[in-house]
Design a protein around this ligand. Structure first.
Ligand code: SAH
Ligand code: SF4
Ligand code: F3S
Length: 466
């Protein structure tokens, strides 16, 4: 790996200078695709821009600088980005357009050829150089890149613009050192870099002082967090320290990788109610042979042992997962094992995806790629199977009194929406109707008790206990 000084001084910003001084950019628009890491990166980019005197606008037409923070996890996500750029092309005169995130990192300078009106292409590992990139753009350079992955730095900014005033994301680790055969993330986000625990805990305390009550710790694989400072906390210890931050009501974390998921994490959750009793532990497939071809580094049995730890906990830990169907060569029998695994685990929710071929990934070379129709039909089968599991699971909540944080109000149904510690959405009635008294009354952000009276496959409903 290159030393960081080398990266900083010579590699971060490669530009093809164009003579002349560029227009002063004042207003920016940003649109974000992809996962929570991308959402939070955008919050930090917005903070950086606002700190430099820019103001955020609601539509690309009003902006001088238009940024797309992109996702390339599946082919459709990537296509969305190019469609958006194409739509925008006609109106792009006099605007500076930047492509950030995973498509930027993956496609690199090829984006300038495919979309010549783009002036900035930068991946997330170079965002700590964002201010310098802005200077280059303001100087009129129209091929500014930040594409180096040779960094040990994390993207920490003095000011982060968060939209939700109650719930905050907090990055603890960036990048990924795994090499799942289907996945672009190690290539688009670079190697793992953990943040020092003192900075993480200080940011958590500041968030509480600013009124936040829920924090989600973020990383592609939070379980491999390893404090680079002398404190030397591993993830389970960091969780325990987070659970002790005064005034914090809820701590969540995502995503966990089964290989690095240790029992101490379950123990920490079990012993501290501030740590939410929901764990997202993506399995991807219920078949050991598919897991092996996916290079997931665990067997079905090893995964099930981790599920046992959670099931044996004193608290009722909700478990969710990601599933990929139609991985190259997936036989009927291997697919059936995924369905059996759903029966065995009894997940609270799953996110299921059709396998999507991604550039430069090992799985591209595998034999027996499945047709889209076949993948589509397996996706339907998995989703329906899980739906049947969720119906009775959710029905078992009827009669419970659950504490929710109130997220918002649905005017159409005249119901408030909240989430319990297990991350289940509960819609409920409450005497406060927003705006009814002309005083902007709201219960958003507060914690309330709700009695569950009805359930569906993916939600619960009830009444506030007032
Ligand atoms: N780091 C996390 C999340 C990775 S991306 C983890 O390891 O779990 C989120 C999900 O997208 C993955 O869990 C996987 O289910 C899905 N995914 C990733 N690459 C994919 C691909 N090529 N095709 C289909 N789904 C994919
Ligand atoms: Fe991708 Fe695997 Fe890393 Fe998750 S752990 S980001 S699926 S390579
Ligand atoms: Fe997408 Fe990149 Fe996240 S590929 S899912 S935005 S890490």
């Amino acid at each position: 790996m290159l030393l960081s000084w080398n990266y900083r001084q010579t590699e971060a910003i490669c530009t093809v200078p164009i003579m002349g001084v560029g227009p002063r950019m004042n207003k920016f628009y940003i649109e974000t695709f992809g996962c929570q890491m991308n959402v939070h990166d955008s919050e930090k980019v917005i903070g950086t821009l606002v700190g430099k005197g820019y103001s955020q606008v609601e539509t690309p037409d009003e902006a001088d600088l238009v940024l797309y923070n992109t996702c390339s996890i599946r082919d459709r996500a990537e296509q969305k980005v190019f469609n958006r750029l194409n739509d925008f092309k006609k109106r792009s005169k006099d605007k500076v357009i930047g492509v950030l995130g995973c498509v930027a990192q993956q496609e690199g300078e090829k984006i300038f050829d495919r979309a010549p009106y783009v002036s900035l292409v930068a991946g997330s590992a170079s965002y700590n150089q964002f201010p310098q990139m802005l200077v280059q753009l303001e100087a009129g350079n129209r091929r500014v890149t930040g594409l180096s992955l040779d960094t040990e730095d994390t993207f920490e900014v003095p000011y982060t613009r968060r939209d939700n005033p109650h719930k905050a994301f907090l990055t603890i680790i960036e990048g990924c050192n795994k090499s799942c055969a289907y996945c672009v993330v190690p290539m688009t986000r670079g190697p793992e870099r953990s943040r020092a625990s003192a900075g993480v805990l200080e940011e958590a305390r500041q968030l509480v002082l600013n009124g936040y009550s829920e924090i989600t710790l973020l990383g592609q694989n939070v379980n491999s967090y390893m404090d680079p400072s002398d404190a030397g906390l591993d993830f389970a210890k960091l969780l325990r320290r987070m659970g002790e931050v005064e005034g914090l009501k809820r701590v969540r974390f995502t995503t966990s990788h089964p290989r690095d998921f240790v029992k101490e994490i379950v123990d920490a959750v079990d012993e501290n109610p501030v740590l939410c009793n929901h764990i997202h532990l993506p399995v991807q497939s219920g078949s050991t042979t598919v897991l092996d071809r996916m290079q997931r580094l665990y067997t079905r049995d090893e995964y099930m042992r981790r599920i046992e730890w959670m099931k044996n906990a004193k608290r009722n830990i909700a478990i969710t997962s990601d599933i990929i169907v139609g991985f190259p060569g997936e036989t009927d029998e291997e697919f059936a094992q995924t369905l059996h695994l759903l029966d065995e685990v009894q997940y609270d929710a799953i996110f299921a995806f059709k396998y999507s071929q991604r550039p430069n990934t090992p799985a591209l070379q595998y034999k027996d790629h499945m047709s889209e129709e076949e993948k589509g039909s397996r996706l339907g089968v998995v989703q329906e199977h899980q739906r049947q599991i969720q119906i009775p699971r959710n029905a078992s909540y009827i009669g419970n009194v659950e504490e929710v944080i109130v997220d918002g109000y649905n005017k159409a149904t005249q119901q408030w929406l909240g989430k319990n510690t297990q991350n289940k959405t509960i819609s409920f009635s409450h005497p406060v109707i927003p705006g009814s008294g002309g005083d902007g009354s709201t219960i958003e952000g507060s914690y309330l008790k709700v009695r569950v009276t009805r359930s569906g496959p993916s939600s619960l409903g009830g009444e506030a206990v007032v």
